[in-house]
Design a protein around this ligand. Structure first.
Ligand SMILES: [Zn+2]
Length: 262
């Protein structure tokens, strides 16, 4: 099923007249699997591997021989395979969801219908009527854009209200709350907090159950008092969110859903 791990072409346009040091995609077959990779050479001393949403990237010194690099890939293959497979699974999850018109929302699934020419998206009886530009052909990329726009607009209101509500529990914070910012982060950075009292929460939290969103917000608001993960910090979190340990475990299982629409 995952016999070819082909990297995507990078979405960003390269500035003109700048010569790229990324070579064209190369392929190597290991244990019956063909893996595509980008090779990026630079003035560095070691070889590094990273599996990104657009594929496997290898950084290598300028003059390292290709067969040496390929030997390193073979040695690292188990690690590469696991990570590329996860990315394939996430892509498949996203494509299926868009094709089936089923998307995650507050921990459950809702369906959506594309409505060209409608100005604003409307959620009614668990069906999202998705606003879509009138004269634009309906495409996967267009749907992704429209969905992101909808999630962000809902998240702005939902999270602002939740933070306002939860702030009532924060007594004598060391860094008083000053501002809420909507972010696009995922994984371990679903939320963040600064010593200036700026709390950022990702709009992607809207894919999760409400209890988990409440935990994420509680976690960041606890940082207004304890800017660390000390024992005192977790004590504070448990005051705001007694089942935080369960929520932490649950969040670790949400890798696929959190990368929806990436
Ligand atoms: Zn934290």
């Amino acid at each position: 099923m995952f016999d070819i791990f082909k990297p995507f072409k990078a979405k960003k346009k390269k500035p003109q007249n700048v010569k790229s040091d990324i070579e064209p995609i190369r392929y190597i077959t290991i244990r019956g699997y063909t893996v595509g990779y980008f090779l990026k050479r630079s003035r560095r001393k070691t070889i590094s591997f990273s599996v990104k949403p657009n594929g496997l990237e290898i950084k290598a010194p300028l003059f390292t021989r290709l067969n040496y690099i390929e030997n390193c890939i073979v040695q690292k293959f188990d690690w590469i395979y696991v990570h590329l497979k996860k990315i394939e699974e996430r892509k498949a999850y996203c494509q299926n969801a868009l094709q089936e018109r089923i998307i995650p929302y507050l921990g459950h699934e809702i369906t959506f219908r594309v409505v060209p020419g409608q100005c604003e998206s409307i959620l009614k009886d668990n069906v999202l009527y998705l606003a879509y530009p009138k004269n634009k052909e309906v495409s996967e990329e267009g749907i992704r854009l429209a969905l992101r726009k909808w999630y962000k607009s809902v998240a702005q209101i939902y999270l602002t209200n939740l933070i306002r509500d939860r702030l009532m529990k924060v007594v004598f914070p060391r860094y008083p709350f000053t501002q809420f910012r909507l972010s696009s982060a995922y994984k371990s950075r679903l939320g963040s907090c600064t010593t200036k009292g700026v709390v950022s929460i990702s709009w992607k939290t809207l894919f999760l159950e409400e209890s988990l969103i409440e935990y994420i917000v509680s976690h960041e608001l606890a940082h207004l008092t304890e800017m660390n993960h000390s024992h005192r910090f977790w004590e504070l979190v448990s005051q705001y969110c007694p089942n935080w340990q369960y929520c932490e475990k649950q969040l670790k299982t949400k890798g696929i859903v959190l990368q929806f629409l990436d």
